[in-house]
Write a protein that binds this ligand. Structure first.
Ligand code: SF4
Length: 319
């Protein structure tokens, strides 16, 4: 794959002209309204010559081969390798972002590789990866590229995984997910206040995405990063687990993962192990069958147990 750092101007989908002359991006619930030359909140979609273009089509911030459990997905092709990559930018503004050097990238030197969808699919197969993951930053903002990669992968029998915050509009959601085989959706908190204050976003579209996925054939698992004194209270976890059980059912896996101080949230401690255990117990008390802890060594909380007889099914420790 050749070095390539300039931006693309790939024609974007999901936008409309407004009566006042601006163009409204309708890919994510920010609905950015752009004058000529302006970029959206995500930075990678901009108005150019009276249309909205994607500036990161075919550009990657780098590739890595991971265990699929690192996405995290514990019930999708367990024990296999996944070819992971991302681009630049993000449509959320999380102060605790754990990949901020990529998601907040404003310089094209982060985009070191040029890669066509067909090249990525071929490389995944050559490297023995059963799937490709759009990760490190949110694939919603490079949806046209992710969809083309997923289509090329399907032709070669390689699966596609979206690692996402689920912040996408209803009109783009169906288009995007019909090409995905699996997703891990980050449910960052069960509070609109948290989403507003710490992510510059809102909770409702994320819950809509989860309910949408439940009605599709896309395999999905959910992650919640537990941040001390922000989203780790018992009351919030009880409410979230009740919503989860009622709307997603007992068999959708849920991962509670440990936070480490990063980006603009350096004043919080790491998540104590007992917080992860407590969250897992609360979720299990609501009848959820597959609740995991993550980013810690915890063989019990990382492993898969039969919900019927309690037998160990898949033993794990971290990845
Ligand atoms: S995808 Fe980007 S440009 Fe479009 S609405 Fe979201 S943040 Fe704005």
């Amino acid at each position: 794959m050749a070095a390539f750092v300039s931006e693309s101007s790939y024609p974007g989908r999901w936008w409309n002209p407004l009566p006042d002359g601006r163009l409204e991006c309708r890919l994510c619930p920010r609905f950015c309204k752009l004058n000529e030359g302006q970029r959206g909140f995500c930075f990678v979609r901009k108005r150019l010559d009276n249309e909205i273009v994607l500036t990161t089509y075919g550009r990657s911030s780098g590739f890595c081969i991971d265990p699929v459990e690192k996405k995290p997905l514990n019930h999708f092709l367990p024990g296999t390798s996944v070819l992971s990559f991302g681009t630049a930018g993000c449509n959320l503004g999380c102060r605790f972002c754990q990949n901020w050097d990529i998601s907040k990238a404003r310089e094209w030197d982060k985009l070191a590789d040029a890669a066509s969808p067909e090249e990525i699919a071929r490389e995944a197969r050559r490297l023995g990866c059963r799937s490709v993951a759009f990760t490190y930053n949110d694939p919603v903002i490079f949806a046209e590229y992710a969809i083309d990669v997923a289509q090329a992968c399907r032709e070669l029998g390689v699966r596609s995984i979206a690692v996402t915050a689920g912040y996408i509009t209803r009109e783009a959601r169906a288009d995007f997910y019909q090409h995905m085989d699996a997703a891990n959706v980050d449910l960052k908190a069960f509070s609109d206040d948290f989403y507003h204050r710490l992510c510059f976003a809102s909770l409702a579209p994320v819950l809509e995405t989860l309910k949408f996925l439940k009605a599709t054939n896309v395999w999905f698992e959910v992650t919640k990063l537990l941040i001390p004194a922000e989203n780790d209270g018992d009351a919030e976890i009880h409410r979230a687990a009740e919503w989860f059980a009622e709307n997603l059912g007992p068999d959708v896996p849920w991962h509670f993962t440990a936070f480490h101080p990063d980006f603009k949230m350096l004043n919080k401690p790491r998540t104590p192990r007992k917080t992860l255990d407590r969250a897992r117990q609360i979720a299990r008390s609501k009848g959820l069958h597959y609740v995991y802890t993550g980013n810690v060594h915890d063989p019990e909380g990382s492993s898969t147990w039969c919900p019927g007889c309690g037998q160990l099914i898949i033993e794990r420790d971290w990845y």
